[in-house]
Design a protein around this ligand. Sequence first.
Ligand SMILES: Nc1nc2c(c(=O)[nH]1)N[C@H]1C(S)=C(S)[C@@H](COP(=O)(O)OP(=O)(O)OC[C@H]3O[C@@H](n4cnc5c(=O)[nH]c(N)nc54)[C@H](O)[C@@H]3O)O[C@H]1N2
Ligand SMILES: Nc1nc2c(c(=O)[nH]1)N[C@H]1C(S)=C(S)[C@@H](COP(=O)(O)OP(=O)(O)OC[C@H]3O[C@@H](n4cnc5c(=O)[nH]c(N)nc54)[C@H](O)[C@@H]3O)O[C@H]1N2
Ligand SMILES: [Mo]
Length: 765
Amino acid sequence: MGAILKRNISATGDTSFADLEVSEPSDYAAGIPAVKVALEHLSKESGLFRSIKTLSRMNQKDGFDCPGCAWPDPDKPSKLGEYCENGVKAIAEETTFERVDRDFFKRYSVEEISNWTDYEIGKSGRITEPFILRPDSLHYKPVSWNEAFETIASHLKNLDYPDEAIFYTSGRSSNEAAFLYGLFVRAFGTNNMPDCSNMCHESSGVALSETLGIGKGSVVLDDFEAAEVVMIIGQNPGTNHPRMLSALQKCKENGGSVITVNPLSESGLNRFKNPQEVKGIFGKGTTLTDVFLQVKINQDVALLKLIMKRLAQRDKDGEKVFDHTFIAEKTHGYDELMKSLEDFEDHELLEICGVDPKEIDKAVDILATKSRIIICWAMGLTQHKNGVENIKECVNLLLLKGSIGKKGAGTCPVRGHSNVQGDRTVGIMHHVSKPLNKAIKAEFNFDPPEKEGLDTVNCIQAMHKGDAKVFVALGGNFVSAASDTHYTAAALENCELTVSVSTKLNRTHLTAGKTSIILPTLGRTEQDGGRLVTVENSMGKVHQSKGKLKPASEFLKSEPEIVAGIAAAYFGKNHSIDWHEMGVNYALIREKITNVLNGFKDYSNRSKGTGFYLPNNAREADFTKLPGGKAQFSVCSLPDIQLQQDEFVLMTVRSHDQFNTTIYGMNDRYRGIHGERRVVFMNKEDMAEMGFKPQEVVDLVSTYNGKERRAENFKLVPYDIPSKNLCAYFPETNVLVPIDLYADKSNTPVSKSIVVKIHPVSNSF
Ligand SMILES: Nc1nc2c(c(=O)[nH]1)N[C@H]1C(S)=C(S)[C@@H](COP(=O)(O)OP(=O)(O)OC[C@H]3O[C@@H](n4cnc5c(=O)[nH]c(N)nc54)[C@H](O)[C@@H]3O)O[C@H]1N2
Ligand SMILES: Nc1nc2c(c(=O)[nH]1)N[C@H]1C(S)=C(S)[C@@H](COP(=O)(O)OP(=O)(O)OC[C@H]3O[C@@H](n4cnc5c(=O)[nH]c(N)nc54)[C@H](O)[C@@H]3O)O[C@H]1N2
Ligand SMILES: [Mo]
């Protein structure tokens, strides 16, 4: 009999709340505190001298791409490079002095580590060599690279069908690593390639492909300087894309207006003190938001419909509000859209969205008279049941104004991971692309599988049922990022083998399959034998990234080497693809990408310096690929949100001190939270009405489809949030997101609209 592992799936840590301090939310972002906090994080993790050297290399032409978010660098970077507080924290995490080595795993069993919080697990440091957890063991043990690759290959060979394996990708992998991985998975014989995008911007991809013919945004960075209006809806750039604030500052300096749509008044969108300018350090900074539309969670469609109705009325009254030339030449479905708007009464829409009518008047005035409009959005729109329609409604507004395919205007889905967009471009997807399959066949002489693969939600269900038995992850922290934590953990533990290619330890390594292997890899910042890789930013520009620091351990391999190692072990020496050579020679991978995909001509050369843009039909206002050769208006319905008297809608968001499941620290400075993450923001009047007290300890309970899901021990914090809405941090609240509740068409879990009840905890004080 083997040893039995008991693993804690969602350790809560100390629940005394002794360190929690609540203050007023900040009324500005960045400034001196941002510089101070950034440097504190970096010098604590990796020493001051090394920190300065690291920063001088970030986002420079010959340096490395920031491993944080996907916001683009300016074409002419400043001497200092361009970085932000949270980019620096991402670097600090990667360049830490702490190590997860043989001694570490000898000292701590998997069970012990699983009782730590995600913060504590992450802080244990960089993984130094491959480790294996065997079925009869309570501890990870060192394993050679060779044995690790052979073990993976033999598990893959033992499967009855290739579709019994799952190959997940997070969004930090380079184009080279992702292409090679996608090639191996297809050669192996499955399209089971879920990725973090499934939980992220999948709704954007679906909505934009159907309406504009490309699943990516249409703007470039310079468009922000030329825009008359930037609308930021369901996105918190002050925390998640801080470098975007400089672009908004330029827009404002050039006379543009910013309209913000959010249930919360996020500090980063109020005022920005640019730490790279003297006036940003000593002055008052720039006011960013001109009009704040405080919408109820997931009632953006009602708000957008109301705005469009009001604009349509003014257009009918003879003001030149809509771009009728553009509508006639470039779009389809205008009449249907106009007619559908008549189904709704203004006062109903107003009540549903909950926004102050005076603020809506201001927004309508701005939108009526301007035509260069950019709409930016992120998870506040995508992670709802109707995520796809949320985005289609934004596209409707842009099309009415002729705001697509011209300077200073367009769509801007702000991407998450630094190369999530590039990974998709080079072939990480569960859908079948016929042209891609054809090109792969022509170049590599094998038939890629033609059956659709499983996305994130579907692959979890398949592992849970036992239909999938091997799970391989190129980066990421699957168990903590995905919905329904306990269900997902059970799904992973049901696998024969789980494999994680990782830089740092995380909970997925602990909720592992019967056998589990951790393959440690180089981070973005680290030297890769003089080689460089390429990445694509949120605006479709591809450029190089070259690590500069000494690797965390001499035993690490790069991601392409690891993928090649698995492929070579699986296919053996005499396969028609020379996997070993591909893992060594990244220029060869780039040549193959050029041969297989459009837009990569002269790839290696053109990615030097500031890089090159990939083709983008929406940017050129070319809709010939769409039905009738036209961009498509959509008729969207209002979401169906039915709440009982004691029910609330909960959105799960990021604090200022985390990158997804990596917890940098315990503060959320801009929202006034210090020393604790287990808090729930709640409307003050709701609190009084329900008889709750500030800082009362409660459980959050969801009862979707009759199944109870509970997140225990949270403190209620009174906050400026619409009535019947709540806000808490992910990943602690992922236990509440039902596995079977996801967006129509995109299957994105509904992490931003979970119906919950609040249960008082008897021992609270
Ligand atoms: N420092 C840092 N940077 C990051 C990340 C990180 O964790 N840390 N994560 C990266 C990733 S992968 C991603 S995808 C992005 C995420 O970037 P964001 O989408 O900005 O991240 P969230 O914290 O999920 O914030 C969602 C915002 O939408 C609002 N919101 C929620 N529901 C609604 C709604 O129904 N309507 C409207 N209008 N607004 C709503 C919330 O109040 C919040 O301001 O950031 C990337 N960058
Ligand atoms: N409730 C709720 N759930 C959510 C969200 C939400 O808003 N609310 N957001 C969703 C979104 S937008 C996303 S994108 C997903 C994120 O899902 P993931 O991408 O799976 O999660 P991350 O936390 O970004 O992954 C962190 C891990 O990646 C590894 N890592 C870091 N750098 C590298 C590298 O360079 N190479 C390799 N191989 N590994 C590396 C480290 O081991 C680290 O522990 O979460 C989703 N889950
Ligand atoms: Mo994301």
